[in-house]
Design a protein around this ligand. Structure first.
Ligand code: GLU
Length: 607
């Protein structure tokens, strides 16, 4: 099954292919040579997985998307104080190539406009422009996670025509913002704009910022953590040319775009996004790129002011049906099948508020386990809420897994209106809907039944007492003696067979066919279901220990056929054949020891 995140991105890509608005940047002549139809989207998670769609590997020149990373490097090299004395952090509201300098100090208003970026490049560590270039390219490579090359023809094309930038660089020199040779700094700036990257590279650069400055795959720190917020703040307010205000208002992600058609967007602690489509709108931003970000922000509720938290927090414990089997006592055939296969039932405990990133993480873990899974039980007991988009993805994953023969069921959401409503709201037309259970035991039992269905283990009927565990090892003639003393009774679905608290009538029940539930009454009048019993199992056997009061209620879940043995009849037979009682008590003790072992297993699985 394909991840619904991938499907979503593919759909988004498909829906925007027809958007052909905008023009290629032409003031750098070489940029007009790119294919205007290229379109790639890449989304990278905090643990380094890249979801790629379209031309995600196509190389293009990074242009202004380099600016925040060079600014980051300058902050790391020269400290905030010095960098801030030379370059401001105020949005200019003007175009990227405007000469927006502070009237008094001559400092560029921010590092995202060309004036600020050229000044930034001149500040990097290094005794001369060559050393500064080494520093710049190695820092960029750390952000990307691979060595970068520059596109020489774009570099030369810009260097040969960049008269306005040359004027800006001389202005900066005039105001003392650039110390050394402004033309050498400018050439480094032109080269930095010509780095060849793919939109996947951009997504990794964004993910490195989102991940506190550490590349999610290489694990290398590209930037001291203390500067990450500064870089993101400048991106948030100045990253999208003179569209920055509307961008923050509508999309709400720190971002940067470049005239090569690239855009990065950073979701701190959550995702890095890279988009490439070279046709630009009137403000110089990739037209499709803007649209992708708008849709992603809306569909996945990604506005930075929305919420935050690490996606892996959404998933708590993961354990299997082997750790916590159902409390039903299975027949020996079922038990031996479960020994082999119960691990294919997986419980996932989800936590907190489920948003798209948490759900992406959960679905990915499910995909990883899928080859060894027959059913998933998603325990939503500790979930406070779920966004519609997260519910939609979970629902799609449920359907996709279902398609592949893997059931996904929910538990403990019955009283959780906000969750059930969200799940219902997003249910697709024609979808039969999700299956949910009041508790994990009911769910795991359902999943175990699915396993038995897979193995075609038939619902067994037990016509002779010899098949019952309680009679194991008893010579046949003795078993027949007991059998002769039994009566048979049928119960209809829902019928209460024994009632908790009632004085026992000494009857023991042996289920020949059907299923019953054993319920313990709760203070509020409800019942807690402790186990279910099916053919081949018995209840009421505590009378063997002289217990008279019924401690639990037993209800027929289906049509049930029982063989009943009264204690008087048993006493009569055992008077002449005491062996019968010894064997029954031995088997009972063994059975109780097994139950105890299972209970211990449950408790340790839950601890
Ligand atoms: N190299 C380009 C310039 O300085 C970058 C512009 C941009 O991407 O915004 O004009």
């Amino acid at each position: 099954m394909q991840s619904p995140i991938q499907t979503y991105l593919e759909d988004l890509h498909n829906s925007l292919v027809s958007l052909t608005d905008g023009e290629l940047a032409s003031y750098i002549p070489e940029l007009t040579k790119v294919n205007p139809d290229w379109f790639g989207i890449s989304l990278v998670t905090m643990d380094g997985l890249a979801y790629n769609v379209g031309d995600a590997d196509q190389l293009f020149t990074i242009q202004s998307v380099s600016k925040p990373f060079v600014y980051a490097t300058a902050l790391a090299d020269r400290g905030v104080e010095l960098v801030s004395s030379k370059i401001g952090v105020e949005p200019s509201g003007d175009a990227f190539n405007s000469i927006s300098l502070d009237p008094q100090s001559g400092a560029p208003l921010n590092p995202m406009i060309n004036a600020g970026a050229i000044a930034t490049t001149s500040l990097l560590a290094g005794t001369d422009p060559q050393a500064q270039w080494q520093r710049l390219s190695s820092s960029m490579s750390t952000f990307v996670g691979r060595d970068l090359e520059i596109d020489d023809s774009v570099y030369h094309s810009e260097s040969a025509t960049g008269f306005r930038n040359r004027a800006i660089a001389w202005m900066l020199k005039n105001f003392g913002i650039i110390d050394g040779d402004p033309m050498a700094a400018l050439e480094n700036y032109f080269r930095q704009c010509s780095f060849e990257v793919s939109c996947q590279d951009l997504a990794f650069m964004a993910a490195t910022l989102a991940n506190g400055g550490v590349h999610p795959v290489t694990g290398r720190r590209a930037l001291p953590a203390e500067h990450v917020e500064r870089v993101l703040s400048v991106m948030a307010t100045c990253g999208m040319y003179n569209y920055a205000g509307s961008w923050l208002f509508e999309v709400g992600m720190p971002a940067k775009s470049g005239v090569g058609g690239g855009i990065i967007a950073v979701l701190p602690g959550r995702f890095g996004i890279g988009i490439f489509s070279p046709k630009l709108d009137a403000k110089g931003n990739s037209a499709r790129g803007i649209e992708v970000c708008k849709r992603l922000s809306k569909d996945f509720s990604l506005h930075v002011f929305g919420r935050s938290g690490h996606p892996s927090m959404a998933l708590g414990r993961v354990y299997s049906g082997a750790d916590a089997p159902s409390r039903r006592q299975p027949s020996s055939e079922m038990r031996s099948y479960l020994t082999e296969h119960a691990r294919r039932i997986k419980y996932l405990c989800l936590h907190g508020y489920l948003a798209v990133d948490g759900v992406e993480y959960i679905i990915r873990r499910m995909l990883q386990m899928a080859s060894d899974t027959h059913s998933y039980i998603l325990d939503l007991h500790q979930v406070d809420g779920i966004s519609d988009c997260a519910a939609r993805l979970l629902n799609e994953a449920r359907r996709g897994f279902g398609h592949d023969g893997i059931a996904v069921v929910f538990t403990r959401i019955h009283a959780r209106k906000s969750i059930t409503q969200a799940l219902r709201r997003v249910a697709a037309r024609g979808d039969r809907g999700y299956l949910s259970f009041e508790d994990n035991d009911l769910a795991v039992e359902w999943c175990e039944n699915r396993l038995f269905g897979e193995a075609a283990i038939p619902p067994i009927t037990f016509a002779s007492l010899a098949n019952f565990l309680l009679f194991k090892g008893m010579p046949l003639d003795l078993t027949e003696q007991v059998e002769a003393a039994t009566t048979r009774q049928a119960f209809s679905t829902g019928q209460e067979i024994v009632t908790a608290g009632q004085a026992g009538d000494g009857r023991m029940y042996f289920i020949e066919s059907g299923q019953v539930s054993v319920l313990v009454p709760l203070a509020d009048g409800a019942h807690h279901r402790i186990t279910s019993l099916s053919a081949g199992m018995n209840f009421g056997e505590m009378v063997l220990l002289g217990q008279t009061n019924r401690t639990a209620t037993v209800c027929a879940d289906t049509e049930v056929q029982c063989r009943i043995l009264g204690s008087h009849q048993l006493e009569e037979i055992t008077a002449t054949s005491p062996m019968i009682k010894i064997i029954l008590l031995e088997n009972l003790a063994r059975d109780m020891a097994n139950s105890l072992r299972r209970a211990t297993q449950w408790i340790s699985a839950l601890a």
